[in-house]
Design a binder for this molecule. Structure first.
Ligand SMILES: Cc1cc2nc3c(=O)[nH]c(=O)nc-3n(C[C@H](O)[C@H](O)[C@H](O)COP(=O)(O)O)c2cc1C
Length: 223
């Protein structure tokens, strides 16, 4: 596709963009696996891609018909687990499953109830330190958190959750040795890009606020 720069288009010319109506707007966000506690003390696990961080608060967008939203409104503890690109098949095994029974009619066609989603995905729980739901052992980043604010979204189909992170666990292989910094060259999120899974491509550059940089294979601390 040709990219038409603004300066190249004559004044008054029509935009080269097409007006389209995609069925979804998943424009490429990291996948997280949310572990939450069910009413009977067992644990649910659900993939979502509507998650972003503001400081140590993570904002989540959840379907209001799901077990995860229901769990968080009654038991606010959760773990926000971040899988890497290699874990996409496990994520996709979770995709057609809900922890809610009976399955709400609003769920996607083919969605079925599963009581043990860890086993169904082939993933393993490990105890958390500050919250009751387990961490996903296979995930390189695990954020123990508590849902502090849950409010309905504007259209009624979703709830917006603000979760305060209480403890961060990182696989040592993605941490810059001797620091608290995640090494951006060692870590890649799993990206959900219009219902297809991707990892990150090569680094393009870094923010002026970055505290890590790569120079000839060694880590350079920027302060
Ligand atoms: C990669 C991926 C991303 C998803 N993103 C979201 C999301 O951001 N919000 C959401 O509510 N559901 C999302 N879903 C769908 C939920 O995983 C699905 O509704 C699931 O049944 C929820 O499980 P639960 O009912 O046990 O909570 C996503 C699914 C996949 C596979």
């Amino acid at each position: 596709m040709n990219i038409v720069s603004r300066s190249a288009r004559p004044a008054g010319a029509a935009s080269a963009h097409l007006a389209i109506e995609p069925s979804i707007l998943y424009f490429g966000t990291p996948v997280v696996l949310l572990s939450t506690e069910n009413q009977d003390g067992s644990f649910n696990l659900a993939p979502i891609s509507s998650a972003w961080a503001l400081g140590w608060t993570v904002v989540l967008g959840l379907g209001s018909d799901g077990q995860t939203a229901r769990n968080l409104s009654d038991r606010p503890d959760l773990v926000i687990n971040l899988p890497g690109p290699a874990h996409w098949p496990a994520v996709e095994r979770l995709a057609p499953l809900t922890g809610r029974s009976p399955v709400p009619s609003t769920k996607a066609p083919g969605c079925r109830f599963e009581a043990d989603k860890f086993a169904a995905a082939g993933l393993h729980g490990e105890p958390s330190h500050r919250v009751r739901p387990p961490r996903v052992a296979e995930c390189p980043l695990q954020l123990e958190a508590r849902a502090e604010l849950i409010r309905p979204g504007a259209c009624g189909e979703f709830v917006i959750v603000e979760a305060a992170v209480r403890k961060v666990h990182a696989d040592p292989r993605i941490v810059v040795p001797g620091t608290d910094h995640v090494d951006p060259a060692a870590w890649s999120p799993l990206i959900y890009n219009f219902r297809h899974y991707f990892g990150l491509g090569p680094e393009l550059g870094h923010s002026y606020r970055s505290r890590t940089s790569h120079g000839s294979g060694s880590h350079v601390e920027i302060v």
